[in-house]
Design a protein around this ligand. Structure first.
Ligand code: ATP
Ligand code: MG
Length: 414
């Protein structure tokens, strides 16, 4: 008889459990708490969209669209794509749901995103992002608020040390055009020294040569002209307002004139929070202003700014998060106690106490379970306790034991 092969996990996907899961959940719950402090509301959008939503807004020449999307035809013959990021779908929702009426709209979301990339440490094919956006605000104050939010998130996660905010400006449309022309002229003059990939970029997306990781490209990228000489007075004033805002809020930043974003719709502010603690996957949070995006989707010209961070990369940077920890473990000994314990456990849980029941093995094994779960108390129930209508409540840190009447248990454990 042929043996059925055990199914495999798809390359670049993850099954997230145990310590890893606790880190992951800690990132998400911290984000949820901090976003509320900044009065951002949570939204949810679909995991897949029409392929055109991403192709049009991210730009056909970007790595994401040209090489990384999970695109498929559904049974109705429509071309759909699993979201490789959130911003395009949010912009689509903004238009289709009429969210213009709420502008400026401060929103966050989180969930899985999908990119066909070569899996390695900190790089997956299904990974998770947290995302924050302000749509319909053209003021630099919106950029500042998002950056201060990101900074507070990293601080509250305890990972701000060793993570640096790198900031650049891509100017307004006029600036970008002029700078782009200067870059093309510079790269054309050094054609022969560029990597194969960068020769393609030169045709399609010359700015991307600036952040090329290929050592061959670095000298040419490093000697390319900065944007500064091309900034219009408006673009310069915008950037100055952002940096002044960061200084006022006490957020440290450094200028990185080589920082560009791969996506075509970025304007003005571009930023990354980077660390050297994750090898070459050092960007933990990245974003910028995308005033051209909603227009490129066929909507009215609408300002927008936002960022996304990889949950896995943030989770990898966390110090060991405290084990989940529960309030109590009920340890019944004997059939009568076990029967009674079912009701006691249900009552405690309804009263908001986190309890587990240890119903396997000898007394010693059951107490070991209480320790392993990080419980604060063990509630021991034997025939004596049943007769008296009490539980023997043992504080596991100190070993002190007291008798508590069943009706008073929830109160005593809180
Ligand atoms: P990279 O240069 O690492 O490929 P990116 O520019 O493609 O990053 P963004 O599109 O800006 O990344 O996505 C925002 C964040 O999502 C990144 O800063 C990173 O933390 C995370 N991220 C991106 N791609 C992956 C991936 N394949 N696996 C895990 N996290 C990722
Ligand atoms: Mg990438």
């Amino acid at each position: 008889m042929a043996r059925t092969e055990t199914p495999r996990r798809i390359r670049g996907t993850q099954d997230i459990f145990g310590d890893e899961q606790r880190r992951f959940a800690h990132v998400l719950s911290t984000f949820e708490r901090v976003r509320a402090l900044y009065c951002f509301q949570r939204i949810d959008i679909p995991v897949f969209e029409s392929t055109a939503v991403f192709a049009r807004s991210l730009g056909e020449t970007t790595d994401v669209v040209s090489k990384e999307m999970y695109t498929f035809e559904d049974r109705g013959g429509d071309s759909l794509t699993l979201r490789p990021e959130f911003t395009a779908g949010i912009a689509r929702a903004y238009l289709t749901e009429g969210w213009q009426q709420f502008a400026p709209l401060k929103i966050t979301t989180s969930g899985p995103v999908f990119r066909y990339e070569r899996p390695q440490k900190g790089r997956f094919r299904q990974f998770h992002q947290i995302d924050a956006e302000v749509i319909g605000a053209a003021e630099p104050a919106a950029d500042v608020e998002l950056l201060v939010l990101a900074d507070q998130l990293l601080r509250e996660l305890g990972i701000a040390d060793g993570v640096t905010l790198q900031l650049n400006t891509l100017g307004d449309a006029e600036t970008r055009e002029a700078w782009r022309a200067a870059l093309v002229a510079h790269f054309e003059a050094h054609r022969g020294e560029l990597s194969e990939d960068s020769l393609t970029r030169l045709e399609k997306n010359p700015m991307r040569i600036l952040d090329s990781k290929d050592p061959k490209d670095r000298p040419i990228a490093d000697s390319a002209p900065d944007i500064d000489a091309y900034l219009t007075p408006e673009a310069r004033a915008f950037f100055d307002a952002v940096t002044a805002g960061l200084d006022a809020a006490g957020v440290a930043w450094e200028r990185n004139a080589r920082l560009v974003r791969g996506l075509d719709y970025y304007r003005h502010t571009a930023f990354e929070f980077v660390t050297d603690r994750l090898g070459s996957q050092g960007t933990v949070l990245a974003g910028g202003r995308y005033d051209g995006l909603i227009g490129s989707l066929g909507g009215p010209e609408t300002a927008g700014v936002g960022w996304a961070a990889g949950v896995e990369r943030l989770a990898m940077l966390l110090e060991e998060p405290a084990a989940a920890g529960i309030d109590a473990v009920v340890v019944p000994m004997g059939a009568a106690a076990e029967a009674r314990a079912t009701g006691i456990v249900a009552d405690l849980r309804r009263a908001g106490v986190a309890v587990e029941m240890a119903y396997k093995g000898k007394m010693k094994a059951r107490m070991a379970k209480a320790d392993a779960l990080g419980a604060r108390f063990a509630i021991i129930l034997g025939d004596d306790e049943l007769a008296k209508g009490v539980g023997a409540v043992k504080a596991l840190a100190t070993g002190t034991q007291t008798e508590v009447a069943f009706v008073d248990l929830a109160e005593a454990l809180r």
